[in-house]
Ligand binder design. Structure first.
Ligand SMILES: [Zn+2]
Ligand SMILES: [Zn+2]
Length: 264
């Protein structure tokens, strides 16, 4: 059975989760550098200073996440103030699965709207500008946030535990999904398989191209995991689909698709 001590440890491991996720993807990109050359999204190369800045701020964010989780989630739960529960049987596995999906969908909405807020001029200057110093992001930029922005992000799992009953294992799985998607979004190479893009069935998932365009131009594509908020609110980069197709060598396919659509 999971105990508070186990979970406190797992939350304190935020730094390790960041280093492992970003490090594993950076290593993979290096090992496959020849094969992935065509999938590189920008001609510009990140400098050693870029890497140092991204890693330094990300480590600080991971420490803030761990501290805020311990206080905001576990200490608050011990006081009986939130809906965190410890026994999986209390609501069953099906509920745990649904609560994980709901947490991911809710986080995507929270991220979209707080991200739009962070792009307001004053907040941009004060906090979010730091993340945008990475014009050519690398996997290490996943947590490169100003402490003010980091605290805004860390508020989500705390608030979620007040709204719905959530098991710490669900929170752990959500945090692993969050860091993995984050390092992929910043890795500078389009990793989605060509067949997934061609099929059109996975169009609702964000890609590295999606977030890379946000870093290149400083606007459009505010979403984190899903493309729907940007589509509903008209904030998707107008060239997103074409850039994504071109990143995986589907340029001819896009032209044929457009011609077909015009004929139809
Ligand atoms: Zn931004
Ligand atoms: Zn970013």
């Amino acid at each position: 059975m999971l105990t508070l001590a186990h979970l406190q440890n797992s939350m304190l491991h935020d730094v390790i989760k960041y280093l492992l996720s970003a490090g594993a993807l950076a290593l993979l990109l290096w090992l496959l550098r020849e094969r992935l050359q065509g999938r590189r999204l920008q001609a510009r190369r990140p400098t050693p200073a870029n890497y140092r800045r991204e890693i330094g701020w990300s480590l600080l964010t991971a420490c803030l996440f761990a501290g805020a989780s311990l206080v905001g989630i576990f200490w608050v739960a011990r006081q009986g103030w939130s809906q965190l529960y410890w026994n999986l049987d209390e609501y069953g596995l099906t509920y745990a699965g649904y609560s994980l999906l709901l947490m991911i969908v809710a986080h995507d909405a929270y991220f979209y709207w707080t991200h739009r807020l962070l792009h307001q001029p004053r907040l941009m200057r004060w906090a979010h500008r730091l993340h945008h110093l990475s014009r050519t992001p690398t996997p290490w930029a996943a947590y490169a946030f100003h402490p003010g922005e980091a605290l805004l992000h860390t508020a989500f799992p705390i608030l979620f535990a007040f709204v719905l009953p959530v098991h710490p294992l669900v929170q752990l799985l959500w945090s692993i999904h969050m860091i993995v998607r984050n390092v992929i979004g910043h890795c500078g190479h389009e990793l989605m398989p060509r067949w997934m893009i061609r099929s059109g069935w996975f169009d609702w998932l964000t890609t590295t191209t999606h977030h890379d365009l946000h870093h290149q131009y400083g606007r459009h594509n505010y979403g984190l995991y899903f493309t729907w908020w940007d589509r509903w609110l008209g904030t998707e980069h107008p060239e997103y689909r074409a850039r994504l197709a071109s990143a995986v060598g589907l340029t001819g396919w896009v032209a044929a698709h457009r011609a077909e659509a015009q004929r139809g």
